[in-house]
Design a protein around this ligand. Sequence first.
Ligand code: FES
Length: 255
Amino acid sequence: MSAHKTPTDSDPAAGRVSVTVTEKGPYLVYGRPPFCEQFIMPDPDNESWYFQEGRHFSTEAEPTALCRCGASQRKPYCDGAHVRADWDPQLTASRRPLLDGADKTEGATLTMTDNPQYCVFARFCHPFSGAWTLTELSSDPEARRLAVREASMCPSARLTAWDKASGTPYEFRFEPSLGLIEDPAVGASGGLWIRGGIPMRRENGEFFELRNRVVVCRCGQSANKPYCDGTHAAVKWRDGLQGDPVGETLPEEVY
Ligand code: FES
């Protein structure tokens, strides 16, 4: 991982992969990105610590329609259930860039931005007294390393750590790819993780903010659609897909 660019000017995924959020139905995925389960795995204290890959799914259909309402019997794919499902498909998320509404925590060597509206309850910010305290203690190299790690593991970019001297953010370099978040510790399935600067647009052509880390709702119950707002954990939504985690997928680290 390295400090580079800003979370909002990530490279468009090779100009090839894209996601269209339909107004009343599925996500339409173009460009055949890699797509697999991503399990939130714990440290010895049972705190969220890393992601582990599960089964891979095809995105060969062009486009591939992925369930957004949570009711499909063919998840992760759409089977048309959104037409009859009891859900509100409205895309209500603010158009403001994520950083516009972000709080700042300051430490000696780091700043951490935090926009709680984008919390998906993945809890990578909890270990070792938490990302906020670690940022405040960032004059200590170990606290700094942990603060950067915890902020960067946040799948939705609610949290981002910035190097104070250079003003650059820390971001993992993700290949353009999709993940189905699974959270065995809370017994729930999470959102669709859209990684690596994949452009996302509405059917009318309007683009959402381009970011390296985005999580959109697939349970149908978020109040901040298309983004996930953590409701899946509160209601213990399950997609019924959970396979066995098969391989660690920590992205490239450079500590
Ligand atoms: S998947 Fe997180 S709120 Fe729907």
